[in-house]
Design a protein around this ligand. Structure first.
Ligand code: CAA
Length: 259
């Protein structure tokens, strides 16, 4: 792969989008490689506990979909490109493991949309987040109108999308759009703590929780609660639930096996 570095160390997978000169903008080659990286992760999913995604360098996470490629597209070609981008981001959102976006700089357009498809966002102090597509004559189209609105509500989503308002890491934290902010110096430490916390959790329960939360945005409350109770009941068939509850009662640390 030319634009995506996938590194799997022990049980942590790390994707770096490696197109620094174009601020890691997503063209169709980058999307294809991201798709391939997810194939590899899915093949090895039982060995992986957490995925992280970042952009190469210290300036940009991802500055959006590639404008120099999009400018040449016909409506039908645009539909194909944008639908593909949506599908790749959906695959990330639906992975059964927690995915952390390390928002290291610009997260604009498709970049913020990629971060929104991840479960947790850790921003660096220089991060700038926004959906400036209307200034290009376009609208957010890798799921941004849907996921940003669900994440921060209609009012903030409208101000960010209609006015192309870019926000810094501090404001994104206040809005709950990012979960934590780190300087480049303490980024690894904060990331390490997040990963450590996630690795203490029961893997099957994490997967079930992700699916149930996904249903909250995509179904009515009655069906969502039915799904929730089905997942919760399924947890009672796992070794991990016995271990988690026994460990609590015996005042010891749980050792989960993911079974
Ligand atoms: N697509 C293609 N190339 C991009 C890019 C993008 N989204 N963003 C940056 N680049 C390229 C620039 O063209 C430039 O290339 P050259 O060196 O060959 O000229 C290089 O990256 C560096 O960028 P700048 O010189 O512009 O850097 P800067 O520090 O002055 O500005 C920036 C940084 C504010 C992020 C600015 O690059 C910018 O505004 N980028 C575009 C952001 C944007 O509008 N994103 C939305 C794209 S549309 C979209 O994503 C649709 C969707 O929903 C799927």
């Amino acid at each position: 792969m030319n634009f995506i570095n996938l590194d799997i160390q022990s049980d942590i997978a790390s994707i770096t989008i490696n197109r620094e000169k174009a601020l890691n903008a997503l063209n169709s080659d980058v999307l294809k490689e991201l798709d391939q990286a997810i194939d590899i992760i899915e093949d090895r999913i039982s060995d992986i506990r957490v995925l992280t995604i970042r952009g190469a360098g210290e300036k940009s996470f991802v500055a959006g979909a590639d404008i120099s490629e999009m400018v040449k597209l016909s409506p039908l070609e645009a539909r194909e490109f944008l639908t593909y981008g949506q599908r790749v981001l959906d695959r990330i959102e639906l992975l059964p493991i927690p995915v952390i976006a390390i928002v290291n700089g610009y997260a604009l357009g498709g970049g913020l949309e990629l971060a929104l498809a991840c479960d947790i966002r850790l921003a660096t102090e220089n991060a700038v987040l926004g959906l400036p597509e209307v200034s290009l004559g376009l609208i957010p189209s890798f799921g941004g109108t849907q996921r940003l609105t669900r994440a921060v509500g209609t009012s903030v989503a409208k101000s960010m999308i209609l006015m192309g308002k870019k926000i810094d890491a501090k404001r994104a934290y206040e809005l709950g759009l990012v979960d934590d902010v780190a300087s480049f110096e303490n980024l690894d430490e904060k990331l390490g703590k997040m990963i450590k916390t996630l690795k203490k959790m029961a893997p099957v329960a994490l997967h079930a929780a992700k699916d149930a939360i996904y249903a909250a945005s995509n179904t009515d409350i009655i069906s969502g609660q039915e799904l929730e109770v089905n997942y919760a009941s399924m947890c009672f068939s796992t070794d991990d639930l016995r271990e988690g509850m026994s460990a609590f009662l015996e005042k010891r640390k749980a050792e989960f096996t993911g079974k």
